[in-house]
Design a protein around this ligand. Structure first.
Ligand code: ZN
Length: 272
C-alpha cells in the first residue's frame, strides 16, 4: 500500500508537470472509487489553473485558484504522466488532462478502486484532512510528542503509529521498519516506553521515511513514461515481509505478529 514516501515520491514526480498547468478536461472512465467521483467535477475543473501540488499524510493536494483536488492512491493505486497517444488500461479510472502541445494526462491506475478524487473548497478543513496528526518530517514531531500522546495508553506501539490522528502517513511497512531500527517490540504497550526510546523511535521514523523518499527519487524519470510506477522500496526493507529470514543484525529468524489484520514483523532478539 502506498505510504508517505510513495505519495511524496508521486508528488515530486507530478509537481513539475502540474504546477502552473491549465486543466483542459477530466476524463472519467470509472466513477466508483472509494468515494464516487462527483458528477460535474470535470465541468468545475475545466479551464482552471493548478497552483502548487502538496501532500498531507497519504493525500495529495492539487491546489487550484479556489480549493483543491484531494487525491488518494488507495490500496495499490499510482499516478503517472502520459502523452496523448498512450491508451488507457482497464484499471485506469480517470485522466486529468493538462492543456499544452502535446497535452499531458495525469492518469490514475487503481486496480482495487480504493483510491479517491475529491474536490474541496477548503481542503485543510476537509474531514479526511483536518483530523490528521503532524507530518513526521516537519517540525512539531519528535520523541516528546509521541510520548505525550502515548501516556497511560495500553495500545500496542505499532497500532499507535498506524493511527493517522497521532502521526500522519506512517503506514504498516514503515512503522515496522522504524520499530526494528529503534529496537522496540511492535506489541509493546505505548504507555510503557521511556523518553529515550521514544527519541530513538522518532529518529528512526524520520530516517526510514527519508531513505525511502531518497530512493524513490531515482524513479522520477518514469513519470513521463507509460508505465511509471513510483518507487516501492522492497530491496531496502529490514523486517517487513521477511518472516523466517535471518535478522540483518543478529541472524535470528524474523517473526510475523499473528492475530492482527495488518501483519507485523519483528526480530524477537533485537526488539524488546
Ligand atoms: Zn535481530
Amino acid at each position: 500500500m502506498p505510504e508517505l514516501p510513495e505519495v511524496e515520491t508521486t508528488r515530486r514526480g507530478l509537481a513539475p508537470w502540474m504546477r502552473g498547468a491549465r486543466i483542459a478536461d477530466l476524463v472519467v472512465r470509472e466513477r466508483r472509487l472509494r468515494w464516487p467521483i462527483a458528477a460535474g467535477l470535470g465541468k468545475r475543473l475545466r479551464g482552471r489553473t493548478i497552483g502548487d501540488v502538496g501532500r498531507r499524510g497519504k493525500y495529495l493536494l492539487v491546489f487550484l485558484e479556489d480549493g483543491a483536488l484531494i487525491m488518494h492512491l488507495g490500496m495499490s493505486g499510482s499516478l503517472r504522466v502520459v502523452g496523448p497517444d498512450v491508451p488507457p488500461g482497464p484499471w485506469d479510472p480517470f485522466d486529468l488532462v493538462l492543456a499544452g502541445d502535446p497535452e499531458r494526462r495525469v492518469r490514475m491506475r487503481d486496480p482495487r478502486r480504493f483510491g479517491a478524487l475529491l474536490y474541496s473548497k477548503d481542503p485543510l478543513s476537509h474531514p479526511l484532512i483536518a483530523p490528521l496528526g503532524p507530518e513526521p518530517l516537519e517540525p512539531g514531531f519528535g520523541g516528546a510528542f509521541l510520548r505525550d500522546r502515548a501516556r497511560g495508553r495500553t495500545i500496542a506501539i505499532r497500532d499507535l503509529l498506524l493511527n493517522g490522528r497521532i502521526v500522519a502517513g506512517v503506514g504498516n511497512i514503515y512503522a515496522n521498519e522504524a520499530l526494528f531500527e529503534a529496537g522496540i517490540h511492535p506489541g509493546r504497550a505505548a504507555g510503557r516506553i521511556g523518553a529515550e526510546r521514544y527519541d530513538a523511535l522518532a529518529s528512526a521514523i524520520v530516517a526510514v521515511l527519508s531513505r525511502a523518499i531518497a530512493a524513490g527519487g531515482t524513479t522520477l524519470k518514469d513519470f513521463a513514461g507509460s508505465d511509471g510506477r513510483p518507487g516501492y522500496f522492497q530491496g531496502q526493507l529490514q523486517v517487513y515481509g521477511r518472516e523466517g529470514a535471518p535478522c540483518l543484525r543478529c541472524a535470528t529468524p524474523i517473526v510475523r505478529l499473528s492475530g492482527t489484520a495488518r501483519s507485523g514483523y519483528y526480530c524477537p532478539r533485537c526488539q524488546r
